[in-house]
Design a protein around this ligand. Structure first.
Ligand code: F6P
Length: 325
């Protein structure tokens, strides 16, 4: 008798820990008596039937690797009704009875559309942006945050030597979580994010105040999605350089934050998510996003989370002012 088949894909921006999730899905699936199919290149591969069966050995030695062994892609075609219909047909023709989608906000919106057709889908929250509803934290956030922090710590050293100010731009799409968390943990003088808009004048004043207080450096952490990005702020500051006190430089961290090996937190989180996701399919409880809430694994129906963006943690925002000194 043929084993029931499930499939797994990674979609959208890669995140450190995706491989640990794939590994957990494959090994738990096999343990539960299933065959697990890997879909290459995300939803693109789903439309192109880029499928191959994964063995337990195929996912050996990947838990410590960043990126995704399945590859990822952005796939506009999947956003159409025809794309979703084609994806469902391709899965059914390959005898696949359930799909695990490892990805962020856009990917889970796509996965929810497929789930709405009645096909069993389970999502795993995975994005460095930490903007997904239904989970306190997603795969990759902790590692990306540590990468950003290490960069900020290093920049601070050279900034102090030269009495400079730096604007460090971090990723996050429209969400300011990475900037907020890196800014607080990195002891930044200014944090600029989409959720708490600051006029350029205010940002420059924050950096100048640090100079006036006798600090050897000033660091502003800027979210890429903020109304004024780091370069715009720097252009504004240029005209005010005499007033700023410091010489000002800009560093954009970019994709450096997405690469690299997942830390312990992300490996564990991804493994817990992967095991739960395949168990949901096995126990016929699909149509959910697997996330972490108050330390517990929680499965939230897609209808409650898809297409929504998590707000910023106000308890962290409140700390910015308390810690400024
Ligand atoms: O969603 C993850 C993310 O890294 C965002 O922070 C960033 O805006 C975007 O992806 C970059 O996308 P790409 O790798 O396609 O340039």
């Amino acid at each position: 008798m043929e084993k029931p088949r499930f499939a797994v894909l990674t979609s959208g921006g890669d995140a450190p820990g995706m491989n640990a999730a794939i590994r957990a899905v494959v090994r738990t699936g096999i343990h539960l008596g299933h065959e697990v199919v890997g879909i290459n290149e995300g939803f693109r591969g789903l439309l192109d039937t880029n499928f191959h069966v994964l063995s337990a050995r195929d996912v050996g030695g990947v838990i410590q690797q960043g990126g995704t062994i399945l590859g990822s892609a952005r796939c506009p075609e999947f956003k159409s009704k025809d794309g979703v219909r084609k994806a469902k047909n391709n899965l059914q023709e390959a005898g696949i009875e359930g799909l695990v989608v490892i990805g962020g906000n856009g990917s889970q919106t796509g996965a929810a559309a497929l789930a709405a057709t009645g096909f069993p889908v389970v999502g795993i929250a995975s994005t460095i942006d930490n903007d997904l509803c239904g989970t306190d934290i997603s795969i990759g956030v902790d590692t990306a945050l540590n990468v950003a922090l290490e960069a900020i710590d290093r920049i601070k050293i050279t900034a102090s030597s030269h009495h400079r100010a730096f604007l460090v731009e971090v990723m996050g799409r429209k969400c300011g979580y990475l900037a907020l968390a890196a800014g607080i943990a990195g002891g930044a003088e200014a944090i600029v994010m989409p959720e708490v808009p600051l006029e350029p004048e205010v940002v420059i004043n924050l950096l100048r105040d640090a100079y006036n207080r006798g600090k050897a450096h000033a660091i502003g952490v800027v979210a890429e999605g903020a109304r004024f990005n780091a370069h715009t702020l720097a252009d504004y500051a240029k005209a005010q350089e005499d007033r700023l006190g410091f010489d000002l430089r800009v560093v954009t961290l970019g994709h450096v934050q997405r690469g690299g090996a997942p830390g312990a937190f992300d490996r564990l989180l991804a493994t817990r998510f992967g095991v739960t996701a395949i168990e949901c399919l096995h126990h016929e409880s699909p149509g959910v996003l697997v996330g972490l809430q108050k330390g517990q694994i929680v499965c939230t129906p897609y209808a409650m989370v898809a297409g929504k963006t998590k707000g910023i943690d106000q308890s962290l925002v409140r700390m910015i002012e308390l810690l400024a000194a």
